[in-house]
Design a protein around this ligand. Sequence first.
Ligand code: SIB
Ligand code: ZN
Length: 439
Amino acid sequence: MNQLRVSSGRVLRPDGRVERADVAVDRDEGTIRAVGSPDEVDDTLDGAAAEALDASGSLVIPGLVNAHTHVAMTLLRGYADDKPLDPWLREDIWPAEAELTPDDVEAGAELGAVEMIRSGTTAFADMYFAMDRVADAVDRAGLRARLGHGVVTVGKDDADARADVEESLAVARELDGAADGRIRTAFMPHSLTTVGEEFLREGVAEAREAGVPVHLHANETTDEVEPIVEERGERPIAYADDLDALGPDDFFAHGVHVDDSEIDRLAAAGTAVVHCPASNMKLASGMAPVQRLREGGVTVALGTDGAASNNDLDLFDEMRDAAMLGKLAADDASAVPAEAVVEMATQGGADALNLPGGRIEEGAAADLAVVDLDAPHLTPVHDPVSHLAYAARGSDVRHTVCDGQVLMRDREVLTLNAEAVQKRAAAAASDLVDRVESA
Ligand SMILES: N[C@@H](CCSC[C@H]1O[C@@H](n2cnc3c(=O)[nH]cnc32)[C@H](O)[C@@H]1O)C(=O)O
Ligand SMILES: [Zn+2]
């Protein structure tokens, strides 16, 4: 058997406890075979050789899950800042995206993949275009993902709008199960205001038939909530329900401006919310009621959103931001504690995306990250979970494993040539800006 052994670390278990343990991984199956004392793990290995990953002085955690991003937007990192959502999209981002080629999308996706692997993220959800090229990058990188083509119909004629919906459904059908099953898909209308009602209705119905979930931006800004309430006399989550877009495998990004009736509806439907605190702060979209969502029984995951509104893909930053903003939103320092954000970044993400991973236990997917605690900013270690939420950074990750494959060992990315990826992306981004300026 082809095995991997993560030895001498402290391991974060699904119930939040941290224990000294080794982890044995079956690389053929991509699953965790055993978590236990070195002797217990020796027994399961049965004398067979295993590749070793040293985790001494480190914390072994489930690979982090970035449950909402637009990964190729790494090319637009720092391109346009300091504006609210609507003008930021219309004046800066959409014109730049109009010039993006599939090659650019692939270059940006590879850059994002390197950044995620380096910061301990093993799975993500991506809404963008040229998704076949994103899938190629995910496949090479060795990551896990739920991918979808983002649909926008406002400002398009009927034929173009319909083609965009069809593209999203085609991507959802065709890429599902790619990369040895590490890629799953979703139908991804951009939002309830940027996609017209008939397209939402038809697209969701077809997604149901194809058995793929729905992912969209919902209740992100008041500018987006008000027109729905005015036109329809109902809140956006009620509208989503009316569209049949509120299912147990569906997951919505943001959920900033949700009232109690919407929280109840999300909880009853089992639809997850992906909280994106950095993006919400940067675009001044508002403060999501994370504590109330969690208390109301909604599955909450964490996302960075695109790198142009964050401006990085580091989920350690996101955990800290979520804890800080959650307290401010609840006006309560005990709200959204460290354990909660760690859970959101791991189990919550895996549950929202309905992907394997998120828990270090026997039989679970072997998706993990090893965080080096031997650093001045992480000394002393009174509570490792506190450090994950409040003090650690993506650059503290030493090793990253996904589906049993080592993607990074001793801070060296093994699946992609990080230096070449970075060069290619920088060149693509500067060419892109030249094209936008001369357009
Ligand atoms: N097929 C569509 C593309 C939609 S992809 C998803 C879109 O979401 C945009 N986006 C990024 N961050 C946010 C956000 O916070 N809220 C809403 N949209 C965003 C992103 O720039 C991208 O255009 C088209 O023809 O325009
Ligand atoms: Zn987004």
